[in-house]
Design a protein around this ligand. Sequence first.
Ligand code: CTP
Ligand code: MG
Length: 232
Amino acid sequence: MTQSIKFWAVVPAAGVGKRMNADRPKQYLELAGKTVIEHTLLRLLNADVFSAVAVAISEEDPFWPELEVSAHEKVITAAGGKERADSVLSALQSIRALASDDDWVLVHDAARPCITATDIRHLINSLENDEIGGILALSSHDTLKNVQGGSIAGTLDRSHIWRALTPQMFRYGLLKSALEAAEGNKAVTDEASALELQGWQPKIVEGRPDNIKITRPEDLALAQFYMEQQND
Ligand code: CTP
Ligand code: MG
């Protein structure tokens, strides 16, 4: 009998949040009564689909052990790495003895606290029978320009351009080997790009525009606004 396929969440949370320009990494800033990372993790845990959530944390991070969620029975702490991809690989290694190659992994940025159970289920339902997997993404509403030296060199065909979000959902074995093969490659800024380098063509699943990434100071107020609007 084949073992049933499990779902794992991996959360890279070892960044310093340079663009946020705050006194601590952005995942520890307060948003609607909790830290950003607590919102993210509680939403993943409450979706009730994951066998565990592996979180990559910087070794110099004094904030993580202070949070109650760090001791949650389904939360596994892994060491963060130099780049986001290194952190994701480290979190994948931390569940190596638990996960099978065919299990699904959903990698989700700690800095995206507005993720909804609706979006998680939509991604899983869309890709569960796929061989490779894919990512949540948003089509672009704006007209997009190719700019060279401050001037417009052309207009891009918007119908082919999507913005990559997270979660990004791939088979454990394939994702791990793609990230290992891409180690040190700065062009790998998400999981899909590591698979693309191996010649795979991950699927696109349309996500919700409220699944924003906290990047700059003004994003906190926007995230709070979206959270107030959400009821799912
Ligand atoms: N991340 C990580 N390990 C790194 C770098 C980033 O786990 N070495 C995580 C961040 O904590 C974040 C996610 O990857 O949850 C997305 O990265 P980004 O938004 O770029 O966060 P930071 O790198 O912290 O921000 P900045 O680029 O502004 O410094
Ligand atoms: Mg970064």
